[in-house]
Design a protein around this ligand. Structure first.
Ligand code: TMP
Length: 208
């Protein structure tokens, strides 16, 4: 039987990577095998592309270049890791995936939501997520909770207005893909949010 693909999405600072880590710990504890990856990255080539995309030195990078690099990284990750794992019946969990490109490049960069949707379909082929855990928190509240925005890489260094557009882009993606989006508002503590995620994924029959 084909495996399942779960993706995690959200704006900067919403606690996405923490929730991916807590899911990983839960699956280890309950002896459920899964492959964990992140985007951009996850293969030798994709990690090199990640460095190019996120390097603060590459300030002159145009949106079109950025869009194609994210998809280049993804194309390699899908062929090298995601598709083989799904073919072997494994569970794959990816920290960011196609919806990041819709929200960041399609919407926030203004490269065209519909165009990016088509490009995503070309690159992802039959590796579409079975569920997308979307941590729904706006950038202002996320940064306030964190005590300020991280400015470590090129994307994090964008202005608040950019991150607000990313948030709007996610809203649109969650409407278009309402069947696979699991919308979780991370308002309580991280363990409460984790419990909510586990129960939603169990209800969908993706984990035990
Ligand atoms: P990360 O901080 O979650 O590792 O993600 C790296 C950055 O890349 C983050 O700012 C979101 C951004 N990103 C896009 O703009 N488009 C994409 O397609 C992906 C996967 C990430």
């Amino acid at each position: 039987m084909r495996g399942k693909l779960i993706t995690f999405e959200g704006c900067e600072g919403v606690g996405k990577s923490t929730q991916v880590r807590l899911l990983k710990e839960y699956l280890v504890k309950t002896r459920q095998e899964a492959v964990f990856i992140r985007e951009p990255g996850g293969t030798r080539i994709s990690e090199k592309i990640r460095d190019i995309i996120l390097s603060i030195e590459n300030k002159e990078m145009f949106g079109e270049c950025e869009l194609l690099l994210y998809n280049a990284s993804r194309a390699q990750l899908i062929s090298e890791v995601v598709k083989p794992a799904l073919d072997e019946g494994k569970l794959v969990v990816c920290d960011r995936f196609i919806d990041s490109t819709l929200a960041y490049q399609g919407y926030a960069r203004g490269l065209g939501f519909e165009y990016v949707k088509t490009l995503n379909e070309f690159v992802a082929k039959d590796c579409f997520p079975d569920a997308t855990v979307y941590l729904d928190l706006n950038p202002k509240d996320a940064f306030r909770r964190k005590g300020g925005a991280d400015k470590g890489d090129r994307l994090e260094s964008e202005a608040l207005s950019f991150h607000n557009r990313v948030y709007e882009g996610y809203k649109r993606a969650s409407e278009i893909y309402s069947d696979r989006f699991v919308v979780i508002k991370p308002l309580g503590n991280k363990f409460a949010t984790h419990e909510e995620i586990i129960s939603a994924l169990r209800n969908k029959g993706l984990i035990e």
